[in-house]
Design a protein around this ligand. Structure first.
Ligand SMILES: Cc1cc2nc3c(=O)[nH]c(=O)nc-3n(C[C@H](O)[C@H](O)[C@H](O)COP(=O)(O)OP(=O)(O)OC[C@H]3O[C@@H](n4cnc5c(N)ncnc54)[C@H](O)[C@@H]3O)c2cc1C
Length: 277
């Protein structure tokens, strides 16, 4: 059993400003939120870094509120916070639906939306929702704040534009017009990582995002354009299959993922997949 705690340092900031200063002056530091992803690699002995910054007590990053018609969600909001938030349930029900399918209750109580996004797994369940919602990622550093469209946050497999001195401090989600869908296909309902995960907004401007079918979460922009132009669902499915690049891995085969993705597109477009509300 590898030693989990020895030779490791945990810094405890008292405020967000303090945390950002420590990221600048004491780095490189590994931000630690709910620790549900980090603990797995700590436990397996694959986490080489030894210096951590504990964000868990920064309650200023847990707020969920409306600011000028835009839903603002702090990075430290847990999946349980998202499920229980009347604002999230009313404005972005697909996000509450995704949070309900993350792990089990224990993971939902500790796991945060910021950790889900920063962890950068292509199978993260909130990622397609944020992509379909045209969300913005708010990055904070001691030098200031910058806003990155969610669809530009990932640059490759488990790679993001976040600099080592930056924290994800929150997300902004504009008002969404149209019916919202979320569907995760995994081995079972709880404690299962997605084989394919889809979030969509069906309305004047279709928005379709998928996880686990490419190195990062993707927006199927060519499929969206085809559907907006009145393509048949069969043609749209063919376009989708040309847009995704799933792989064979321990959880599924590429062929299964391709079939499921095409079937989910047809289900949500025909309204047969239950919309979330
Ligand atoms: C049993 C089990 C089941 C799971 N099931 C699911 C599932 O069904 N769906 C799913 O999507 N995920 C699942 N996960 C993964 C995990 O629970 C989620 O990704 C969770 O949201 C991670 O949040 P966290 O706060 O625990 O992140 P942490 O473990 O604290 O951090 C994860 C990564 O993000 C970084 N990070 C965290 N917060 C910030 C921040 N604010 N700024 C910058 N970097 C940051 C950390 O440095 C680390 O690299 C599961 C995990 C376990 C152990």
């Amino acid at each position: 059993m590898p030693p989990l705690i020895t030779h490791r340092t945990l810094l405890e900031p008292r405020s967000v400003a303090d945390a950002l200063r420590l990221m600048r002056d004491e780095g490189p530091l590994v931000p630690m939120a709910g620790c549900t992803d980090l603990y797995v690699s700590l436990n397996f002995g694959t986490l080489k870094e030894t210096r951590f910054l504990n964000l868990w007590r920064l309650s200023a990053l847990k707020t969920i509120e409306l600011r000028g018609g835009v839903l603002s969600i702090g990075a430290l909001a847990t999946h349980t916070d998202l499920i229980q938030s009347p604002l999230v349930r009313r404005r972005v029900p697909m996000l509450a639906a995704a949070a309900r399918e993350v792990g089990g209750v224990q993971i939902q109580n500790r796991g945060t939306i910021g950790g889900n996004v920063a962890n950068a797994s292509p199978a993260g369940d909130t990622l397609p929702v944020l992509a379909a919602a045209d969300a913005t990622v708010i990055l904070g550093s001691a030098a200031g704040t910058r806003r990155v469209p969610f669809t530009e946050f990932y640059t490759g497999y488990r790679q993001t534009v976040r600099r080592p001195d930056e924290l994800v401090v929150g997300f902004e989600i504009p008002a969404i017009r149209g019916r919202q869908y979320f569907r995760k296909v995994g081995t079972r309902a709880a404690q299962a990582i997605s084989k394919v995960v889809v979030a969509a907004v069906v309305g004047d401007r279709p928005r379709i995002a998928l996880g686990s079918v490419a190195p990062t979460v993707i927006r199927a922009t060519r499929t969206e354009a085809a559907l907006a132009a009145g393509a048949s669902i069969e043609d749209a499915q063919r376009t989708l299959l040309a847009e995704i690049a799933p792989i064979d891995d321990i959880r599924s085969t590429a062929e299964y993922r391709r079939r499921v993705a095409a079937n989910l597109l047809a289900l949500l477009w025909r309204g047969a997949s239950p919309r979330v509300e």
